[in-house]
Design a protein. Sequence first.
Length: 702
Amino acid sequence: MVSSSRKTRSAVASAPPPPELPSGFTEICNIIKQRVSPASFINVVGMVKDCRLPMPTRGADFKCQLTLYDLSTQGEQEGVAFDIFRPEANMPQVSARDIVLLTKVKVQQRGVNPYSLITNRITAIRVYKAGKIPEPPNFEDSRLALVPGQGPDTLVPTIQQNSYVTHLYHEIDKDQAPNTEEFQELAKQSLNIKQKFRLLKDVREGDFCDLIVQVARDPYDAIDKVTLYVSDYTENELLFNYTFGGVKDLAANDHYGYTTSADEAPTKNEWVGPYGKRAIQLTCYGPHADCIRADVVAGNWLYLRNVQIKYGHNLSNLEGFMRQERNALAGKLNVDVLDIRVRDGMDPRLLDAIRRYRDYLKIKKMQIHELNAASAAGAKRKASLGGEHSLDSQDQAPRKPNGKRRRTEKRRLEMESKVRDTGDQRQSEETRESEELRKSREPGDELGLNPRVAYERHSSVISSIASILKPTYQNVTIHGQTIEVTLPFTCANYHANVRVVDFRPNSLKDFTSCRKQTEFEVLSDNEDDGSDGSESSSEDDSLDDHNALRIWEWRFALQLEDIDGAGQPGQRLWAVIDNPSGQCLTTLDATDLRRDPDRLLILQERMFRLWGNLEEQKTAAAAAAAKEKATKQKKERLSAPPESSDVEDNNVKRREPVSNMPFTCCIRQYGVLSGQRNKLQTGTENKQWERVFGLFGTKICD
């Protein structure tokens, strides 16, 4: 008896410990709780809980989805979704409660939904059939349950991985997964999903559909639900009709918009979305409402799934409703906030919606222009009927600026005075340093190039401005006859020794310009967005104008003169500096220089190293020219004009020579399409190529 007891204890003591999660693998709970980084590659092993059979996509691949869980998530309803994109022949064949081992699978984050997994070209999927996995302690024999790999699934699992598969299968709670019959039935039902995507123009009562829409105004929070208004810029006669002018604030006591009338005065939150029957009201509950409260604002593009369409309380207009689905995984959301900044991989349906939005803005702009013209004509007729009204003398007197404006003007004058004083001091210091540099030059350095300007060395050839400006010819054969044709431009890079003799714009404050970051940037380069990107102060700005980010970029030009061509014709050219070249030249990011005096001061100091006292001379010359013009106009009122322009030419004050050092820079030649000249001359836009020069690869050093 004692001997038998000792043998039992010895057997228990000698039993090997259960296998641990293989090295390099991640528990599923860490994915669900977002303890892994999006877009990272991980290894996972889990039991199949659900399967959506392969279905064709808009591309060449099919899509299949598995839901997996492991020991870290058993006892909970949660699992991790695994999307498989492959040719149908390479799809894994799985059944209920099979074990799936994944290597180099990618973590994906879709909007605000829970993290999920997706295949990559390097992903390997190995399936162990549930009925063939051996009982412990025969852990290593689980390789007998391994299904032959499909396509890229050539991974050979290790002994440690096979052992853990056996341990996982016999330790996990299998009741969380359906049995074989239920699993097969649910898998077949996954193929019965009809195409649910709809445009708003096609929605009807009773539909459950998917939508890609833009949020027309900030969501209205009604505590237990959230209401928002969205549009895909298609029209439906069963939607509410939003009209121009005087639309009541939909969030003020009437967030459903049922009592809105066109003759009521607008409020500060008036309707700025699409007019006409292009917008639908959505009411969202549960987790969908929480998501919208936290992450959605006006202007966002959303992908909404399973939206119920039915008539609202007024029984006249269609509305949408989003509720939590029955038997849905915990945390599942049917709201995705779409990223419109990157075109690669963008849903073509989203691109179509953005194009419709662009076209709508063009139509809206024309309609508002017509309304304003009609309103102005009506006001003119009313004034002609009612007679002219004289203004009171008090109204004609200029208003005295208020205290805030006076303080702002005072600060501006103080800042300009500080900049001028700093510039004068800096000029004297830099001039002294330049003289010292000239004196300390090596005897062989006859050019005296500015050591504070560096450039990219592409070759050792230095080109003159005259050679850069020289046109390029090419011989072409037409009807057997050789003709020499002048090319409008050629793509080439040069090195040149130059000095700056002028710049545009005339003020450094205007060396940067801003543009609005809009959805239209993701459209193809050859698609006209109908906008020049300039700022607009009109009161009928679009929804995009209310929410668009402003991007500041460098945009200025320098007139460069050849080092040996002072005062000679054909020795100068204008070089454009775009944003990348401006960042390289100044080592500064573009900002609003009119509102950033500190950055403006730094820019002035760095440009002084490049062009010396050019800015001071140009400012003084402009002030002298303005004064001379005013004096001349005053004299012209008192005496007869000169008989020729010689007198005027003789009165022009020549600018003193600029004291700056030449430098070596990189210049590129390229072409741009321009049709403005022909459009002005002939009335038709016949675009032609024009030659342009730009500065690049040049840097002002400290």
